[in-house]
Design a protein around this ligand. Structure first.
Ligand SMILES: *[C@@H]1O[C@H](CO)[C@@H](O)[C@H](O)[C@H]1NC(C)=O
Ligand SMILES: *[C@@H]1O[C@H](CO)[C@@H](O)[C@H](O)[C@H]1NC(C)=O
Ligand SMILES: *[C@@H]1O[C@H](CO)[C@@H](O)[C@H](O)[C@H]1NC(C)=O
Ligand SMILES: *[C@@H]1O[C@H](CO)[C@@H](O)[C@H](O)[C@H]1NC(C)=O
Ligand SMILES: *[C@@H]1O[C@H](CO)[C@@H](O)[C@H](O)[C@H]1NC(C)=O
Ligand SMILES: *[C@@H]1O[C@H](CO)[C@@H](O)[C@H](O)[C@H]1NC(C)=O
Ligand SMILES: *[C@@H]1O[C@H](CO)[C@@H](O)[C@H](O)[C@H]1NC(C)=O
Ligand SMILES: *[C@@H]1O[C@H](CO)[C@@H](O)[C@H](O)[C@H]1NC(C)=O
Ligand SMILES: *[C@@H]1O[C@H](CO)[C@@H](O)[C@H](O)[C@H]1NC(C)=O
Ligand SMILES: *[C@@H]1O[C@H](CO)[C@@H](O)[C@H](O)[C@H]1NC(C)=O
Length: 492
């Protein structure tokens, strides 16, 4: 033990607490930045290319649908919230718009037979329009003022219940906080637009809020919540239990008429029963560049031979006076430029790597300031995860004893963190404390329960209360300070 006098012992507990949480939430909560990884039911024009979800494309009088495959149960008091980034690119010149699209909650993923093209947005036809057996709620960014849908303009957002005739609509605009007034927003501009749809199941209020996505796209994390206008564009009392069936699907629908648009979903966050996770705008893919509008008359062909091709830079060496020295000069500068490019490329690559592997701290981590340990330090502290450092194996990982080479620690704190770690690593997820409870333990608002084999459930690391006391006793002589004490939150 004397050999360790220069060291302060800290018990490192790795608790991976998160796997069951994620799988339980996967059904009613998700975030997509790359739709190739999304589990979607698609039909019609809907495709996924380069990670983008395209709802409609270059086909006249057609529809496209994409639904999250897993159905969700809604009760009378269910809330839900979603936000997504979309881009609508008109395919005509001079510019005229296609039909638009909608976020949809529907009782089935197959709306092909029901929804028609043009103003129906792939949802409603003359056969089913305004029929309560539809069980459809939709929020539409609509880019065509169809007469049969009594649309107000060719640039509006509407709430549809079982019918293409919106129950509420407004011209697309967003509230600018600094100016204190509404600013109009062109939906079919080809630019990325954020839309939030929030339903409170107690208040029974549905809000729809728009905002342009800042350009150029931020390159460090920027949460969409930070740019959400405080005033929604639409806010309406809706009783979803009058609309929804028991199980419902969420997704998107869109249509084209004689005119068409490329309509894309670039990112999508959804949650049933609470606020959807904010999108990180730096992660949202850019919309594809709008294709050059088709030219109606054939382009004037350039008069033959009279003009040389204007774009090519002169590549031939200087004319008649070229000699050995000028050739050497060219060769020299070429090599120098080549080397410079390689070095520049190397620097860019290193910066990229540094950024790629940079640690991202989330807000709660900053607040409670737990320190992180690199794998290298953990490896050293546990002597390379040696067998004789192994204290036991919990339900979600092995627990090793480790010594960190520096820092001052309070024995009581160390003891507490050790206990919390053990509570986290129980095999039965229900016995493990929640993150909220852990924070309360750490702040001292709730006392950490004592640990025994009887209460902690099967799969506890093989150490007891007494062992905690014994193992930390040697450290209690040292002059500990609170700031350096930390616990590893293994997974999130
Ligand atoms: C759309 O399709 C038509 C024919 O199918 C083609 O002529 C036109 O170039 C396409 N437009 C774009 C923007 O791809
Ligand atoms: C709306 O669609 C109709 C038919 O598809 C078209 O004639 C009209 O020009 C469109 N309106 C706009 C504003 O693009
Ligand atoms: C609505 O739910 C009932 C059973 O709860 C089912 O019979 C019916 O087919 C559903 N309607 C639709 C449109 O899916
Ligand atoms: C839709 O149906 C309701 C009754 O279910 C009726 O009151 C309303 O007028 C209808 N709307 C239209 C546009 O037909
Ligand atoms: C509504 O649709 C159902 C079948 O989906 C049909 O039996 C009923 O007649 C329709 N109601 C109206 C008013 O069209
Ligand atoms: C779609 O149409 C089918 C019949 O073609 C009907 O059974 C079904 O209820 C309809 N679904 C919706 C959501 O309207
Ligand atoms: C709001 O208005 C201010 C002042 O005109 C402008 O600088 C800012 O870009 C606007 N914000 C958004 C999100 O458009
Ligand atoms: C909807 O907007 C109103 C007014 O801004 C607000 O009071 C309410 O809390 C919002 N509801 C939801 C579900 O966002
Ligand atoms: C801005 O638009 C919202 C929603 O349409 C409306 O309630 C509000 O009165 C408008 N505010 C101003 C200053 O025009
Ligand atoms: C909502 O609709 C359901 C079904 O029609 C009804 O039982 C319930 O009372 C309504 N809730 C409110 C608050 O109106």
């Amino acid at each position: 033990m004397t050999g360790l006098l220069g060291y302060i012992g800290v018990w490192i507990l790795i608790c991976i607490h998160v796997t069951p949480l994620v799988s339980a939430q996967g059904r009613t909560q998700f975030v997509h930045y790359d739709f190739t990884k999304a589990d979607l039911h698609r039909d019609g024009m809907a495709t996924i290319e380069d990670g983008l979800l395209q709802i409609t494309g270059n086909t006249t009088k057609s529809t496209g649908h994409a639904f999250h495959k897993t159905p969700m149960k809604f009760t009378a008091s269910s809330s839900f919230s979603t936000e997504f980034v979309f881009a609508i690119i008109p395919l005509h010149s001079p510019i005229s718009f296609g039909q638009g699209m909608a976020f949809v909650v529907a009782p089935t993923t197959d709306l092909r037979s029901n929804g028609t093209e043009t103003s129906g947005l792939g949802l409603f036809s003359t056969a089913n329009d305004n029929n309560t057996t539809n069980h459809i709620l939709a929020v539409e960014p609509d880019t065509n003022d169809s007469a049969e849908a009594l649309d107000r303009s060719s640039n509006h957002v509407g709430i549809d219940i079982n019918s293409k005739i919106s129950v509420e609509s407004a011209d697309a605009s967003y509230y600018n906080e600094t100016e204190g007034k509404n600013q109009t927003l062109l939906l079919a501009s080809g630019n990325s637009i954020l839309i939030w749809i929030d339903y409170d199941g107690i208040e029974k209020r549905l809000n729809v809020t728009l905002s342009p996505v800042p350009t150029p796209k931020p390159d460090s994390p920027l949460l969409s919540s930070s740019i959400k206008p405080s005033v929604p564009l639409l806010s309406r009392y809706i009783n979803i239990s009058e609309i929804f069936n028991e199980t419902m699907f969420v997704g998107f629908s869109g249509s084209t008429g004689t005119l068409k648009s490329d309509q894309y979903i670039l990112a999508w966050s959804f949650k049933k029963g609470g606020q959807a996770e904010s999108l990180d705008l730096s992660k949202v893919l850019d919309p594809p560049n709008p294709p050059p509008p088709p030219i109606s008359s054939p382009p004037p062909s350039p008069p033959p031979s009279s003009l040389p091709p204007p774009t090519l830079p002169p590549t031939s060496p200087p004319k008649s006076g070229s000699n050995r020295s000028s050739r050497a000069l060219i060769l020299g500068t070429t090599i120098a430029a080549f080397c410079f490019l390689i070095i520049l490329g190397g620097i860019v690559y290193l910066l990229y790597k540094k950024k790629k592997y940079a640690e991202v701290l989330e807000q709660w981590e900053k607040e409670y300031s737990p320190q992180r340990y690199s794998f290298r330090n953990l490896y050293k502290a546990t002597k390379g995860f040696k067998e004789n450092q192994l204290l036991g194996a919990g339900g979600f990982g092995k627990v090793y004893m480790g010594m960190l080479p520096s820092g001052n620690f309070k024995a009581e704190e160390v003891k507490m963190h050790l206990k919390i770690g053990m509570l986290c690593s129980q095999s039965n997820p229900e016995n493990r404390p929640s993150m909220r409870l852990i924070v309360q333990y750490l702040e001292g608002n709730v006392t950490v329960p004592s640990i025994s084999y009887d209460t902690s459930g099967f799969g506890m690391p093989n150490i007891s209360n007494e062992m905690v006391t014994q193992l930390t006793a040697t450290s209690s002589l040292a002059n500990f300070s609170f700031e350096d004490v930390t616990v590893l939150f293994g997974g999130r």
